[in-house]
Design a protein around this ligand. Structure first.
Ligand SMILES: [Zn+2]
Length: 92
């Protein structure tokens, strides 16, 4: 990860250990995925065996881990890093 945004120079790590909180955000995303898949399988697939739940949740969470990593860090930066959306930096 670069030290600062190449466009607006926003520091990507405002302080050491800043992204520890992103683990909790990522954990929340994972929990939401777990619950969504659990409810979908329970109601749409008529409550399959336990290994189906475990395999489905594991596969989906593994597949979206790169997205969870990036979006949890971005949310952390927006929430606590003193940054925000600035339309002047939109690409045209
Ligand atoms: Zn930027």
């Amino acid at each position: 990860m670069p030290e600062a945004c190449p466009v607006c120079r926003q520091a990507y790590e405002p302080e050491p250990g800043f992204y520890y909180g992103a683990m909790y955000i990522s954990s929340g995303f994972s929990t939401a995925i777990l619950l969504a898949i659990g409810f979908l399988l329970y109601y749409l697939a008529d409550d399959p065996p336990l290994w189906v739940y475990i395999t489905a949740v594991g596969a989906v969470v593994l597949a979206v881990t790169p997205l969870l990593f990036r979006y949890s860090r971005a949310l952390m930066l927006y929430a606590f890093g003193g940054t925000g959306f600035d339309p002047r930096f939109l690409r045209r």
